[in-house]
Design a protein around this ligand. Structure first.
Ligand SMILES: *Cc1c(COP(=O)(O)O)cnc(C)c1O
Length: 430
């Protein structure tokens, strides 16, 4: 379009915008060409379509290999092996996948990670186990420390545990565009703290906590700490062993692409396993599963954190992403993640800031995980409009459009196309 085009009412503005678009498109293309992970995007279902997916941090895209794996399992293992499958491999699967996930994604040596129930149920089991162990060691430790902007399930369940066990919740106030700092945690913990529950990457702002430092602060106060890794596993490096983390739980259907409702993982440091008793005592966590004995005695090691029959079908797909992470390395994934969010901030500054959109996430990439929140009063309507156009971010109150940039399945060109659509939708809804 030229500046003399008769339908152009504001020629100078239009040509400036077109110039910015062309420059950003060239930048996206340079970044895609230089991206060492570029080819892996094609391994995802429907990667060839023009759909823009900005929600891999809520529900990751499936790998094509997972489609094959699920079909083969139904046909050959479930269909072919029937009940024999339990003895042949399924009983061991939660531990085998846990160890592989521990190695590829969270810096855990074998024997400390297991695939179990939903994130919520595993958080409940481990927070309660940690609380009870802390109170048993020192009855004055009755506080559970959590921040006011932690994910709802995390906040709700600590309130339930405090009520059930005669404990108290100590709340940390946080900036909604940031997260829990070292100073804020230092001010909240002390001689009455039993356990601290924090998210490594904040679900709203994307704030990346300094987990190593915060773990040390909790330990210096004599408390245990549980990290919620839902928004970090598979996206940012985690060093559970090296950071001396006590406990961790994380989702597998976000950056690990396990599929809707795939079961979560739990990490319990080896030094703590035999000191912790979880509250849902079921036969699968008992010392001898098939003894069918008169009373419960917890198994040694990670098996004690299981309760009932492991959800085998749900834990199939995540194996493909864990294998891919093992192949490419989590640091390469993080490097691309930073490049993607940096590019998205740049595009947002150029195309969205003039429309009144604010980046409600840390601007320092080292303080940010794999997603960004863009804030504007029209974002609820903007999200609905974008979904109709096959551009899929999500919306979080207040006024936040969340842009999740899953490094293995997202390109720079896709990121630009999506943000251009956001700009158009903000204009339309303002
Ligand atoms: C997604 C998420 C959850 C989800 O818990 P479910 O039991 O899987 O529904 C919990 N905590 C955080 C921080 C999350 O981001």
């Amino acid at each position: 379009m030229t500046t003399s085009d008769p339908v152009t009412t504001r020629p100078a503005v239009r040509s400036a915008a077109a110039g910015a678009d062309a420059r950003l498109a060239a930048a996206a293309s340079v970044l895609d060409d230089a991206d060492p992970l570029r080819a892996h995007r094609d391994a995802f279902v429907d990667a060839e379509t023009s759909l823009v997916y900005f929600d891999g941090n809520s529900l990751g895209r499936p790998l094509r290999a997972s489609v094959e794996r699920l079909a083969a399992f139904a046909r050959d293992e479930w269909g072919g092996r029937l009940i024999r499958g339990w003895d042949e491999s399924w009983m061991q699967l939660p531990f085998d996948i846990g160890d592989a996930l521990g190695r590829a994604a969270i810096g855990a040596a074998p024997g400390q990670t297991v695939i179990g129930d939903s994130t919520t149920v595993l958080l409940y089991k481990l927070v309660r186990a940690a609380f009870d162990a802390a109170v048993a060691a020192d009855p004055s430790r009755v506080e559970i420390v959590v921040d006011r902007d932690n994910f709802p399930t995390d906040r709700f369940l600590v309130e339930g545990i405090a009520a059930e066990r005669g404990g108290r919740v100590r709340w940390i106030d946080v900036d909604l565009a940031g997260g829990v700092t070292a100073d804020a945690l230092r001010a909240a913990v002390g001689a009455e703290t039993a356990v601290v529950l924090l998210s490594h990457v904040a679900y709203r702002s994307g704030y990346l906590a300094d987990a190593e430092t915060l773990t040390r602060i909790a330990h210096d106060a004599g408390a245990l700490i549980l990290w919620d890794l839902c928004h970090s596993a598979g996206s940012v490096p985690v060093e559970a062993d090296a950071w001396q983390v006590d406990l961790a739980v994380g989702c597998t259907y976000k950056y690990l692409n396990g599929g809707p409702g795939s079961p979560a993982f739990a990490y319990v440091a080896e030094r703590l396993q035999d000191r912790l008793a979880q509250p849902i005592q079921g036969w699968m966590g008992a010392a001898d599963v098939f003894a069918m004995g008169p009373s419960y005695r917890p198994a040694d090691g990670m098996r004690r954190f299981l309760s009932g029959t492991p959800p085998i079908v749900g834990m199939l797909a995540m194996q493909d992403t864990v294998a891919l992470l093992e192949e490419v390395g989590i640091q390469a994934v993080r490097d691309k993640s930073i490049a993607l969010t940096e590019f998205a901030v740049q595009v947002s500054d150029e195309l969205l800031a003039p429309l009144g959109v604010v980046v409600a996430s840390p601007r320092d990439p080292h303080a940010r995980g794999g997603h960004l929140t863009l804030s504007h009063p029209a974002m609820r309507a903007v999200t609905a409009r974008l979904w109709r156009q096959d551009v899929i971010p999500d919306y979080r109150d207040p006024d936040g459009l969340r842009i999740g940039l899953s490094p293995l399945s997202t390109s720079f060109a896709e990121t630009l196309a999506g943000l251009e659509a956001v700009a158009e939708a903000v204009r339309a809804e303002s």
